[in-house]
Design a protein around this ligand. Sequence first.
Ligand SMILES: C[S@@+](CC[C@H](N)C(=O)[O-])C[C@H]1O[C@@H](n2cnc3c(N)ncnc32)[C@H](O)[C@@H]1O
Length: 476
Amino acid sequence: MKQNVPVAKGQVYEIAIESLGNSGEGVGRYEGFTVFVPFALPGELISARITLVKKNYAVGTLVDILEPSPHRIEPVCPVYGTCGGCTLQHVTYEEQLRLKTQKVRDIMERIGKTDPDLVQPALGPKQPWHYRNKMQIPVGWGVDSATKLKGETGKTQAKVANELKPVLGFYAMGSHDIVPCTNCAIQNDGNNQIATVCERLIRETGLIPYNEVTGEGVIRHIIGRIGENGWMVIIVSTAKTLPQADYWISEIRKNLPQVTSIVLNHNPRKTNVIMGRDCTLLWGDETISDTIDDLKFRLSPHSFFQVNPEQTLVLYKKALEFANLTGEETVIDAYCGTGTISLFLAKQAKHVIGIEIVEPAIVDAKANAKRNGITNVEFIAADAAKEMPNLVKRGVKADVVVFDPIRAGCKEEVLKAAATMKPKHMVYVSCNPASMARDICVLRELGYEVQTVQPVDMFPMTAHVEAVALITRVED
Ligand SMILES: C[S@@+](CC[C@H](N)C(=O)[O-])C[C@H]1O[C@@H](n2cnc3c(N)ncnc32)[C@H](O)[C@@H]1O
């Protein structure tokens, strides 16, 4: 049905904000027409200038807050508003948790066709700042803060082009323009130290930042990973060998003595996938290690590992509680990464099978089982969409199946194969509740129903929310 569009580009309108959108933006209506306004909050009356008009919605920029939310606070970060990372810094943390709970409830009702009251209040950490143990920071050209002060005396950024320097920073909202920042409020301080030192080294060694449009340039990203006993620095480059590698190594070692591994990742492809396939160890150990509860994990450059250590434990404990193990069960962990959840569950199960598509992660998973003395696990490097039906053919019967897929959720083959095994419980861990809700509808058709959903805030200050759902068999 054609909707009347009551707003026009460039005009300012008063809008009552009703809810929070997917990226943390305020969502309101003007004469019934949906308008998205970044940085506006539910409960606020604001005025916004319309910047984009589509058939069914419009987008506006916040002009004035006429009636502010009582939960609005002053953001701490100097690049808040330009950097696309933390879109909720202007809300008290308590309210962030409430908004995230509401978001999962809305998704479960709208997409999952489920009673929203099954969703429990989101669990937050004691410390919502400086939690990220992994930083992937792009390199580009920019004006750093010292230069910017000069530029602000009338000259526009374009006019100070000859003052542009290689910078590290985060992508601006909705674009790949880099907002210079080496002191991020949600990064572990170790990552900020890595960013600061590497930015200086890029300038000193004259390495040219990669240009996504032309494909020219040498240095693309710096990745920092903070482990319990050491830090890893990964330099992502279009070059197979790092120019002036000895200088990089000696400076990193001198300035960042906690670094135990320096790796060059070769990514020559014109793609926005951050890492290429090949890694060369420049100095130190090939892996770093980290601990979750009493388990030790080794992490190689490509391995997935949850980014918020405090909340990872909260999430895994919830998954374990939902699995309701007695020690007699066969469990499948269908997207196992380095085997973290598998090993966590193995302590209370008879046998665990982990499946993971990234081969080096499976190498790590096997090593992790060995170093923790856990023998009742088996890890398979494969696509879950192929391996789950294989396991069915082999006659494997699971009592519990755990899914922890990427944002896109599970392929239908995975869900169908899981249901064919008739497990009593399924535990679905999701970084994208919308795809989880969609998959829950598929599982419903296969005889399963969601019992409870626990949101866990793994990403404070951002609009992302993780959730874990208990899904049980209702039909024989
Ligand atoms: C969200 S991570 C979860 C990893 C692990 N459970 C954890 O908590 O550390 C999702 C994992 O699924 C893997 N993956 C992606 N597509 C896959 C597929 N088709 N089959 C199996 N694993 C896949 C990714 O490589 C990644 O390790």
